[in-house]
Design a protein around this ligand. Structure first.
Ligand SMILES: [Zn+2]
Length: 366
């Protein structure tokens, strides 16, 4: 993320965030070849007949990327608040989400700034079956394009969501990406006419969302009013729904799904997203973290490390990540490190196992 860094251009200090463009969503849009309004109508009629309007409840597996040394990941309270906000948005749809198990912190600096065009395959080993897998990264890009997040449709090959930490708490992006996960298209999907004659198969295939020319900061003002002058193929002026979650209006404007979007999301919840459960009692990373112990902590002169797996290397860093101690070539389950020379303070110990796994733990020297 380059936002916030100051750069010098022609003697003038500019905030580079002004020049940094970030797309609200990077989901690759394509339609469900098997969708038809008839199937949707049949579903709605069956639902009405059986009065089966029970809520759909979904477990989320949250994977948080952070630095190799175990810091810098999305704050758990931000994540919990974001899920609360999303549940408020989805309550009218009868869809609810909850965190399944502890947050899976993944200490990998290489994925902390996540590039979809290069690194998507790296996500596969972390996927937890029968849950909604959401990855949170410091930055999400697709090549040179910054993304707030992206998702996959029920008819996509892949089946996960990636979120930019900075967009997670904006009240719209997480709900938007889950919208795609439940089969909703962008309101500005191509081809829909303002007079709605083709609304059932063009645009987002929902007739109660008006045609949308693609919203952004240029055609939506700070009061969340559309001020654009775009016209459709027939020359009619657009009157888009700025508050729609599946639009690209500024995040603070978006808080609404329509009735047709509700019906469509419930259709996909029932027919495609119907295999979920949270049976995972623990996550491997957590077991690993708990099975390696440092003691005593705080420490005066010697830290003992007790592990269930063979340790190959132990390194100690200060909080500015300067390497202070490195012990290589170990093959022991238990070892100890002399820290007599360290000043008082907090340090990070990076423990590399012979099987390639890495754990970072903090200790305090007194
Ligand atoms: Zn989107």
């Amino acid at each position: 993320m380059i936002v916030g860094k100051k750069i010098l251009i022609g003697g003038t200090l500019l905030l580079s965030s002004l020049a940094y463009s970030q797309k609200p969503c990077g989901t690759e849009q394509y339609r469900d070849a098997n969708f038809s309004q008839e199937k949707l109508m049949q579903f709605l009629q069956a639902e009405a007949a059986t009065r089966s309007s029970a809520d759909y409840v979904y477990p989320i597996s949250a994977h948080v990327f952070q630095h190799d040394l175990g810091f810098g990941g999305l704050n758990s309270s931000i994540l919990e608040r974001a899920i609360d906000t999303m549940n408020a948005r989805y309550a009218p749809l009868g869809i609810e989400f909850y965190l399944c198990g502890p947050i899976n912190y993944i200490d990998r600096t290489d994925l902390w700034d996540f590039d979809r065009s290069q690194e998507e395959n790296e996500l596969m080993p972390y996927l937890i079956p029968n849950t909604i897998n959401i990855f949170f990264a410091r930055e999400v890009t697709s090549g040179s394009t910054g993304l707030c997040g992206y998702s996959n449709f029920p008819w996509s090959t892949n089946d996960f969501i990636v979120m930019n930490n900075g967009c997670t708490a904006n009240g719209a992006t997480l709900s938007h990406e889950l919208g795609h996960y439940f089969g909703l298209l962008h309101t500005h999907s191509p081809g829909e006419l303002v007079n709605r004659v083709n609304c059932s198969f063009a645009g987002d295939e929902c007739c109660d969302t008006p045609a949308d020319p693609t919203l952004d900061n240029n055609n939506v003002n700070q009061n969340c009013e559309y001020i654009g002058t775009e016209t459709d193929f027939n020359g009619n002026s657009y009157m888009p729904m700025v508050e729609n979650i599946m639009s690209y209006a500024p995040a603070e404007c978006r808080n609404t799904f329509t009735t047709d979007q509700t019906n469509r999301a419930r259709f996909y919840a029932s027919t495609e997203r119907n295999y979920f459960n949270c049976s995972v009692s623990s996550i491997d990373e957590d077991n690993l973290l708990n099975s390696i112990k440092l003691y005593p902590n705080p420490v005066t002169n010697k830290v003992n490390i007790q592990s269930e797996w063979a340790i190959e290397k132990v390194e100690v860093f200060d909080l500015s990540l300067k390497l202070l101690i490195s012990n290589n070539g170990l093959t022991a389950l238990n070892t100890s490190i002399d820290v007599d020379e360290l000043t008082r303070g907090t340090f990070v110990m990076k423990i590399s196992l012979t099987d390639g796994r890495v754990v970072s733990k903090r200790f305090v020297k007194i």
